[in-house]
Design a binder for this molecule. Sequence first.
Ligand SMILES: [Zn+2]
Length: 252
Amino acid sequence: MILRRITEHVKAQNWFAVGLDFLIVVFGVFMGFQVQEWAVERRQRASETIYLDRLHDEVVQLTQDRFQYTTDVRENQLSLSGAIEVLQTQSERHILTDNECDAIAESHIYHQPTADLPTIAELLSTGRLDALQAKGVRTAITRFNQSALRGGDVIDAVNRNILTLARVFPELIQLETVREENTAHGIRSAARCDATAMKANAQFMNTFVDNRDRYAHYAVYAVEPATEKLAMLHGALDTELGIVHDEVEGDE
Ligand SMILES: [Zn+2]
């Protein structure tokens, strides 16, 4: 119909009407494309929201899982600092507490805390991470991933040539098994330490200080940063999805 009208206007040499018809055609085509683009965008947003909802659930779970682990690492660090104070200085305290002795006996343990978020792995493997429109979430995902990767490198480094103090110095640390109902196995190891003999043993002190330094690196550069970035990712997801929590266990 528009074509017939244009032809008539051309025959009548009504160039103004021809120009107007041409503009109508161009505008019509443009609107067609625009409507199509809006539909695609709407579909992408809907699919993105499904991904972000799923990621939020995983982040909440991981935050809870890491909360206890991070708390234990912080407590161990405090216990190791307390032990150093007793063993290295003229402290008035000459006896190690049970927690300090246990922390010394376990000062060679630097596990990789879980950092698995399956939705992020899926977004990365399908190349959809770059296409996320939620820029804040995208940035937070990248930072969390970098932190978890760097943490893995630090853990590899601190695990090289580790020494288990109770094996090398059995006369200074005795391990025994005690029953504890709250643990997964119903038992746990408890250590007994001879603080006076430890102080007098230079080889033990050097090895212990080495373990304590490794533990500090592990806590500060491997465990804490990823936990912190996970909380930031959670915040970005809450903002994007409009979620308000009364209080999330594990959030700080
Ligand atoms: Zn949340």
